[in-house]
Design a protein around this ligand. Structure first.
Ligand SMILES: NC(=O)c1ccc[n+]([C@@H]2O[C@H](COP(=O)([O-])OP(=O)(O)OC[C@H]3O[C@@H](n4cnc5c(N)ncnc54)[C@H](O)[C@@H]3O)[C@@H](O)[C@H]2O)c1
Length: 280
């Protein structure tokens, strides 16, 4: 099975496409012969990224210094892509930041994370989707979420909130698209594991053993898109799908079993969680 939008005559737009997971996926689109637009705030990285896409075989490439948190900028991006390539078939709403946050930390930090990670994806989907539907071609909208938006581990609450919002938004988008007569656009939630990129690099020069490369993530993403998966739950070298399934089921079980919030990290529940992971 292949997704019908994964075709040489398609046009792909990738936000946060100047580096990391977005760039690796854009390279895969380029290798299929697509025209690809990269949108990113890192204008300094865009020219080199575009060269990589041309080398990979892109039919055409354009770049845009776009802040996805700004709806007007996203509207200008959509118009530029339509003017240059005729419209969009694949939207990868992927731009994201993780500067860190604290529950009672500065408001500005919370607002920026939610503006980029949630509104950046909502802006892109809400601006592009109606035009993609009207184009009358098969298409796909992929939003990059996170396991942190599903199991919401302690440590970076603003990021978790932003990615939980991305999950809920993208689920609603999938429902909306499949109930829109004539729409041939599918929605997908990409849930990376630990991937070695600028977002996770910190002071490390080398990829930690547990992390995947952006290229491994892009390959897994394409296989999953071709299968028609909505939840594209990526493993990494430390975390298998089976372990993710247990962690996700335990998190949902907090409500069903009336356990305390985030019981996985509650000392009174540590033994029960460890037991559950072992299949107990
Ligand atoms: N790396 C991981 O382990 C991991 C895990 C789960 C989810 N993710 C998500 O994957 C996505 C891609 O991240 P990555 O790991 O490739 O990191 P990355 O930093 O390499 O890529 C993110 C890109 O988004 C761009 N960006 C940031 N703010 C922007 C804005 N306002 N407008 C446009 N572009 C903007 C950055 O300049 C960068 O090029 C993010 O949404 C991130 O939250 C990453």
């Amino acid at each position: 099975m292949t997704h019908p939008a994964l075709a040489p005559d398609s046009v792909a737009v990738v936000t946060g496409g100047a580096s990391g997971i977005g760039l690796a996926c854009a390279e895969r689109f380029a290798a299929m012969g697509m025209a690809v637009a990269l949108a990113d705030t890192r204008a300094d990285l865009l020219a080199a990224a575009a060269d990589r896409l041309r080398a990979a075989g892109a039919r055409d490439v354009m770049t845009a210094a776009t802040d996805v948190a700004d709806r007007a900028a996203v509207e200008a991006l959509e118009a530029d892509v339509a003017g240059r390539f005729g419209g969009t078939d694949i939207l990868m709403a992927n731009a994201g930041i993780q500067p860190g946050s604290a529950m009672f930390g500065a408001d500005e930090a919370w607002h920026r994370v939610i503006d980029v990670n949630f509104w950046g994806i909502a802006n892109a989907a809400r601006v592009f989707a109606p035009r993609m539907i009207a184009r009358g071609r098969p298409g796909a909208i992929v939003a990059t979420g996170s396991k942190q938006g599903i199991t919401t581990p302690p440590g970076d609450p603003a990021y978790n909130v932003s990615k939980a919002a991305v999950k809920a938004f993208t689920e609603a988008l999938a429902h909306e698209l499949r109930n829109t007569p004539g729409a041939q656009i599918t929605a997908h939630l990409l849930i990376p594991g630990f991937v070695f990129t600028d977002l996770t690099r910190r002071d490390r020069a080398e990829k930690p053993a547990g992390a995947w490369t952006p290229e491994q993530t892009a390959d897994f993403f394409l296989e999953s898109l071709n299968r028609g998966d909505f939840y594209i739950l990526c493993p990494d070298n430390d975390v298998s799908r089976a372990l993710d399934e247990r962690r996700i089921a335990w998190a949902a079980g907090d409500i069903v079993e009336n356990r305390p919030a985030l019981s996985r990290w509650h000392p009174d529940w540590a033994a029960a969680f460890a037991d559950y992971l072992k299949g107990g």
